[in-house]
Design a protein around this ligand. Structure first.
Ligand SMILES: [Zn+2]
Ligand SMILES: [Zn+2]
Length: 93
């Protein structure tokens, strides 16, 4: 069922935040999802690609901005991501 999001909420499918006043798909008992989830490319459009050296110098994930340490960090082309974001955005099949 399509409703208008009245509270900022998390999409149950892609786990990103849906702003207020967005049309969303609501299923009783399982919460709301985007009508069309943004693709990882949409998310990447907002962050700046880095050189490899710059990416290595960052300590925070470029998507969620949580701290990404050396064992929990993935480089994808020119982005620095934490393990969670990498799994969610790039490892999904
Ligand atoms: Zn979504
Ligand atoms: Zn992250």
């Amino acid at each position: 069922m399509r409703i208008i999001n009245r509270f900022e909420n998390i999409c149950q499918k892609c786990k990103s935040t849906i702003p207020i006043d967005t049309q969303v798909e609501w299923t009783k008992g399982s919460g709301i999802t985007h009508i069309t989830c943004p693709t990882s490319e949409d998310k990447f459009r907002d962050i700046t690609p880095l050189t490899f050296v710059e990416a290595r110098g960052l300590t925070n994930c470029q998507l969620c901005e949580s701290e990404a340490n050396y064992t929990d960090t993935y480089y994808y082309e020119n982005y620095r991501l934490c393990e969670r974001c990498w799994e969610e955005n790039l490892n999904a099949t």
